[in-house]
Design a protein around this ligand. Structure first.
Ligand SMILES: C[S@@+](CC[C@H](N)C(=O)[O-])C[C@H]1O[C@@H](n2cnc3c(N)ncnc32)[C@H](O)[C@@H]1O
Length: 267
């Protein structure tokens, strides 16, 4: 079993508060919450759940990137019982849902800024109830997810730009569809690489569809890869223009993301 305090920086260890059993390292003001679309979707969390998990419902077949991530990690890593995998910007837990099947003995940490997303991740990953996902606002029929009640998944609220983890504490760091959302991309990558062990595995996926003007300077794969090298990632491989599809409604309208996947190891 993972001893969480051992991987948290001593200066922040006593500073977190708990919300619904989730440790919060970056509590936010009401204004910040109101401005964050992942927090303000309280009524729409079922739709976010659908975007992440809808492909698992047998009526919809789409290209999803999660099984590709799983395959790359499986190919690259043999993970023992003590291995710690951090999924940063874990949202409603889709990547962890997949990886926890491939690596049942590893320890997983899911971190997100949004408590709204984490509460849903908690229902799916840590509890054992049947969730009825209501998609009537998009004309879709409801679908069910059964909570997995995983003992090796730990969820926390924190900001990717100010991570609470000690240096060299993670064996694997993954982030899917996060980097185009963070305020300061370079700082977030520095934080991620700081907590990765030497030789640790790093993987990100992103459509490079940045939400801040400042981050568009990293908008080409080659520039982003150069930045990762500068920050200490080596043996880099990448695939670009992987199709990741989100089904939006019962008409089958779709959003198709041309997604970049990059992986490598910390020096
Ligand atoms: C597009 S969603 C992707 C969620 C998940 N990785 C997936 O593939 O389903 C982006 C997630 O990043 C989170 N996020 C945005 N900024 C963040 C930050 N600064 N620190 C941590 N999480 C952040 C959001 O709350 C949201 O859950």
């Amino acid at each position: 079993m993972l001893a969480i305090p051992q991987i948290i920086k001593s200066e922040v260890r006593k500073m977190y508060i708990l919300s619904d059993g989730i440790p919060c390292f970056a509590p936010r003001t009401a204004k910040e919450i109101a401005e964050d679309k992942y927090e303000s979707v309280i009524d729409n969390i079922d739709f976010y759940t659908w975007l992440a998990y809808g492909e698992l419902s047998f009526k919809v077949k789409t290209d999803s990137i999660y099984s590709r991530i799983n395959a790359v990690l499986h190919q690259q890593m043999e993970l023992n019982q003590d291995a710690v995998i951090l999924d940063l910007g874990c949202g409603v837990g889709r990547t962890l849902y997949e990886l926890s099947e491939t690596f049942p003995n590893a320890q997983f940490i899911g971190v997100d800024y949004s408590l709204n997303m984490l509460r849903r991740a908690k229902q799916i990953l840590l509890e054992n109830n049947e969730l009825q996902i209501d998609l009537s606002s998009s004309g879709l029929p409801p679908f069910k997810l059964i909570g997995k009640q995983l003992a090796n998944v730990h969820l926390m609220q924190a900001d990717a730009c100010a991570l609470p983890f000690k240096s060299n504490s993670m064996d694997v760091l993954i982030n899917t569809f996060l980097i185009d959302r963070v305020k300061d991309l370079r700082l977030a990558l520095e934080q991620m690489i700081y907590c990765l062990k030497p030789g640790g595995f790093f993987l990100l996926t992103s459509p490079l569809n940045f939400q801040t003007t400042e981050n568009w300077k990293y908008g080409q794969p080659i520039i982003l890869i150069q930045l990762l090298k500068e920050l200490g990632i080596e043996h880099i491989s990448f695939e670009d223009n992987i199709t990741h599809t989100e089904v939006l409604d019962s008409r089958g309208n779709q959003k198709i993301w041309n997604t970049l996947m990059v992986w490598g190891r910390k020096k």
